[in-house]
Every structure is written in C-alpha cells, then in structure tokens.
Design a protein around this ligand. Structure first.
Ligand SMILES: *Cc1c(COP(=O)(O)O)cnc(C)c1O
Length: 369
C-alpha cells in the first residue's frame, strides 16, 4: 500500500463535473474578478460560520493582514502569536506594519498557552492572534477574558479549522474577526489561492471590502488603503461547489482520527490530546515521538508520507532574526518542534490506510542509543 499525505485528486473526482461546469459558466460570462459569484459565496460562508459578514480575499495571509488593518492594528503595535504556527500568521502582522510577539504553547495541546499571555503583554500590545492549529480550536474563553481585560483585538487564525467547534459553536465568531485560507490542501480548498475574513462588525467588513479592492467602495473614490487582495470569481464558484461537502469530509477525518487514537493506544508515540471543549476538524493528525526522524524515515520505507508542522518555531526563522530571539526563549515550542510528526489525513482516506499506518508504527523499533 502507498499512503500519500493528502490526495487532492481523489477529492476532486467527487466534485469534478460541477467544478468544470462552474468554470465553463464563468469563462462564457467573461466575468473573472469579484461579482455576484463572490457575493454568493460570502453569504454562504458567513451563514456556515454563523457570523454576519464575510469578505472574500486572495489568500489566508491577506485575510489576516486586512483583518488586523481593519481594526486599526499597525505601525508601532505588538501582536501576540503562538510560537508554533505557520509563518503566515506572523507575516501578516509584519505586513500590517506591526511586530509579532511569540507566546509559548501548551505542552500537550500545541495551542497558545493562555497562562503565558499576560507576561507577554506590554503597553504596545494591541492584538492577539489565537491559531486554531491542526483544526483544534484555541482556548477562546481564557484568551477572550485576557483580551477584554487588556482591551486587545482578537483575530482568529482559522486557516486550518473550517467548521471546527468550540463548546458546540463553529469558530469564526469568537474574536473581532477570523481569517480563513482556502489553499487547496486546507479542509475547504479552492483550485488555487483564496481566503476569507468573517466578522460580526459591519464597519470592519466594509473597510476590508474597500481595502481588498484598491481602497474603493465606490468606483474611483479611493478612501481606504489601496491594497489589491481581490478574490477571483472562479475560485468563489469552485468553493461554492465544495462547501456543501465540508461537514461530511470533516466527519470522515474525525472517524480516521478515532481509529488512529485507538490503534496507537499503548504504543510509544503520543497521540493528540482530546480536548473536552472541542469538536475539532483534524486538519492534521499530529503525534509526538522521541525518535521522530527515525520514525519518519521508517514510515517512508512503507510508502507512508508524513509531514512536520512546523519544524521551526516562529522566533527561530532566519527572516525573524531581527526580532532578537534566541534558542531557549520558547522552550515548549522548541522541544515539540523536534518531536512532532503529522500522519496522513485527508477527506477520502479510509480505515484500511489507518490500519496499515498503525501497524507500521507499531513495528518500528528505534536503534538503541
Ligand atoms: C495556510 C495558513 C495560513 C495562510 O494561508 P494562505 O492562504 O496560504 O495565505 C495562515 N495561517 C495558518 C495557520 C495556515 O495554516
């Protein structure tokens, strides 16, 4: 058996005819940027998230950046981000003109540790970006309480968590705004780049709508910062085709995660922590092993593809050397970076694949050191 890490072709085959007819319709219309199709997808996605407004943009990175700008975060401000996340979380802060400030993660949940947040707050702190990493909701009650106390803006990074529930309610409405990515391999993916900001704040939604389209809400009247982060009409149409499938696809991911949990019980590797507040959507199934590199190599021998999310914590990326952090500053994130391994997880994967992977993991014997 060969198990890929994700299988976009298999997903595609479920919706291919509808994608092709959407593409044909839009090519015949020759209407390629924004327009009704984008507005329709925004309405559908806002309803899915249970929020009032959604604004389609060209990526998750842009969604985060425009959300920060819409709430006045920029030059001279500090924004708290988890030390273990995709670099785009921090990069959005940088390109909004502010400074990302990492916060260490919890030792067993990979989430930003609420107990470490207050120590990172300074007079310049303006916002927090909790990341629903791997599809697991961040601890929004604890984070929200700290944010209210210190008057901070909360922007959820929901790029990995479409449909994930916190205390029974879909994420996206817990902060001032939430940013989604529709990069093809996310739980809901376009056929190219796309993103979305959702919010219950109508004025902020308006500002984002203007900023994404060269600062205009009315043609040729440029009142807002003139960025270009428009969403392609075709991507919105493709996403509308796929949105009705997301709950079913997430449910299959949950089934696989349960099978992994069962299969790995009593083995040497640590399965993800089950959080009682979360109905998570398993964007990634991330285990921990003291012999991670050897385990990854052994699984490769069985034709099982794995990934590492992420091998380098935010503060140790060469790009962020100028922030002045060093090894040892965020010890939990650094320790986890050497142990984490993402196992195959995608919407069309089946239980036979999980059995095969679990067997391979159980057969793995690290070299005695
Ligand atoms: C994918 C991702 C992003 C960025 O999304 P793009 O659409 O690739 O710009 C941001 N944050 C996290 C946590 C992500 O996984």
């Amino acid at each position: 058996m060969r198990v890929p890490f994700v299988d976009l072709r298999a997903q595609q085959s479920i919706v291919q005819e509808d994608l092709l007819s959407a593409a044909e319709r839009i090519i015949r219309d020759a209407s390629f940027i924004l327009g009704q199709e984008v507005a329709n997808f925004e309405d559908d996605f806002a309803a899915y998230c249970g929020v009032d407004y959604a604004v389609g943009v060209d990526s998750g990175h842009s969604a985060l950046k425009l959300a920060l700008l819409a709430f006045g975060v920029g030059e001279g401000d500090e924004v708290l981000v988890p030390a273990n996340t995709f670099i785009a979380t921090a990069a959005a802060v940088t390109y909004a003109g502010a400074t990302p400030v990492p916060v260490d993660i919890e030792s067993d949940s990979f989430q930003m540790n609420p107990e470490m947040i207050e120590a990172a707050i300074t007079p310049r702190t303006r916002a927090i970006i909790p990341v629903h990493l791997y599809g697991t909701p961040a601890e929004m009650d604890a984070i929200g309480a700290i944010a209210s106390k210190h008057n901070l803006i909360v922007i959820e990074d929901a790029a990995q968590a479409h449909g994930s529930k916190y205390h029974g309610k879909r994420i996206g409405g817990f902060g001032h705004a939430a940013a989604f990515s529709f990069y093809p391999a996310k739980n809901l993916g376009a056929c190219g780049d796309a993103g979305m900001v959702v919010t219950n704040d109508g004025a902020a939604a308006e500002r984002i709508r203007g900023m994404r389209n060269v600062g205009q809400l009315q043609k040729n009247v440029h009142t807002l910062p003139p960025h270009n982060h428009r969403l392609d009409t075709m991507q919105a149409a493709f996403l509308r085709v796929k949105l009705p499938y997301i709950d079913e696809w997430n449910a299959n991911r949950s089934k696989l995660a349960k099978a992994y949990d069962e299969g790995l019980k009593g083995s040497d590797i640590v399965a993800p922590k089950i959080l009682d507040y979360a109905d998570q959507v398993w964007h990634l199934y991330v285990v921990r092993s003291k012999n991670r590199d050897a385990l990854q190599a052994a699984l490769q021998q069985y034709d099982i593809a794995t990934g590492i999310h992420y091998p380098t914590p935010i503060h140790l990326h060469p790009f962020y050397a100028s922030l002045g952090y060093k090894v040892g500053d965020f010890p939990v994130a650094e320790a986890r970076a050497g142990e984490i391994l993402s196992l195959p997880m995608y919407e069309t994967m089946d239980l036979d694949a999980v059995d095969y992977i679990v067997k391979a993991i159980r057969e793995f014997q690290p070299e005695p050191t």
